[in-house]
Design a protein. Structure first.
Ligand SMILES: [Zn+2]
Ligand SMILES: [Zn+2]
Length: 353
């Protein structure tokens, strides 16, 4: 594969400003890094928190894009290449890159590894994939099975990964009754994965008709449009004793509905980021033995290969989640459309092959 010198990339400017599509140098892979030719990047709600300046802004010129797929181009010095990758192989890039050695990693909680927290491609410390090329630590790189389309696979590394880990943390399995509050990209992936895991019923709650219709296609057994009447009474009609698990995916979660509809001894899992504060009556939690779990990202070393296997076997079909594909010069439009809730999941196509 011939490597050019320059690439197009969407550069971060400042809080509240659009990204700037510009020409910049293609990175040289450092020690233990792999240079990736980017196929696609997801347009994720987490990016809006950065673009809006809700969290510490990255430096000017930073490259966002943490949901990435592409092809191996070149290896930096001292790569161990544990997956036996060759140039041209299709890969998914994890935005969680655990060290494998720290207190959290050795306890199986690699998604909370402090090393990973300081180096998340496209989010913190390392440039992401909103570019034609990116260089990442090889421990972030996972091979895509031949049955899975490389562009589609991008959504495995955030939407599906986040949803899969949340469902696992809440022990969702055959016969688990599940309510998913908010069926954007992560919520829709959760519905599809829960269906594949055998959860029943799966009740999807949102205020948007088009995402609820998509949730039905992906395996939701009941749809509740929260703009029409009281969602609480509708859920109680379906599950009089409450839900085994409530998964609230919304950004700026409040858990108000979740605590009302989880059953005694049930579990609430939450993955949405934001600036909200959650207020919950203490007695209600104690008297009902409710477990509330926050879940960040996923455990890449097990979750990414498992998700790719589910996709290769057809148990999940990530292509059904992708509603919009944008060219690099449409990236700001993509975020505008994300903000108004237009997408199921959208990707930017950086290279076609
Ligand atoms: Zn994301
Ligand atoms: Zn670690």
């Amino acid at each position: 594969m011939k490597i050019p010198i320059k690439m197009r990339a969407a550069l971060y400017k400042a809080p509240g400003q659009p990204l700037e599509l510009a020409e910049t140098e293609i990175p040289t892979p450092g020690e233990g890094e792999i240079l990736i030719k980017v196929a696609a990047t997801g347009v994720c709600h987490s990016d809006l928190h950065i673009l809006d300046g809700e969290i510490v802004p990255p430096p000017e010129g930073f490259i966002l894009g943490h949901e990435v797929s592409g092809w191996v181009v070149d290896f930096g010095p001292r790569c161990e290449n544990p997956h036996g990758l060759s140039p041209g192989d299709p890969v998914v890039i994890s935005w969680i890159i655990p060290c494998g050695k720290c207190y959290w990693c050795v306890r199986g909680q690699e998604n909370y590894c402090p090393y990973a927290a300081a180096r998340m491609p496209g989010l913190v410390g390392l440039n992401g994939g909103h570019a034609e090329y990116m260089s990442v630590p090889e421990t972030a790189v996972f091979p895509i099975p031949k049955e899975v389309d490389v562009h589609t696979a991008a959504v495995i590394s955030c939407a599906y990964g986040t949803a899969y880990r949340a469902l696992k943390e809440a022990a969702v399995g055959p016969g688990t009754s599940l309510v998913v509050i908010g069926v954007g990209g992560v919520g829709l992936a959760a519905v599809e994965l829960a269906s594949a895991l055998g959860a029943r019923p799966i009740i999807a709650v949102d205020v948007r008709k088009h995402v609820l219709e998509k949730a039905a296609e992906l395996g939701a057994t009941h749809l509740i449009n929260a703009t029409n009447g009281d969602p609480l009474s509708k859920i109680r009609d379906i599950l009089p004793q409450g839900a085994d698990v409530v998964y609230e995916t919304k950004p700026n979660p409040d858990l108000k509905l979740a605590v009302e509809i989880v059953r005694r001894g049930g579990t609430i899992v939450v993955t949405g980021l934001g600036t909200s504060t959650i207020e919950i009556p203490a007695n209600h939690i104690v008297m009902n033995g409710i477990r509330i779990i926050g879940s960040l990202g996923y455990k890449p070393r097990t979750d990414i290969p498992e998700l790719l296997t589910l996709a290769a076997s057809g148990k999940i079909k990530p292509q059904r989640l992708i509603s919009h594909k944008y060219a690099p010069n449409e990236i700001n439009e993509a975020y505008k459309n994300l903000r108004i809730g237009l997408h199921h999941r959208a990707i930017i196509i950086w290279n076609t092959k």
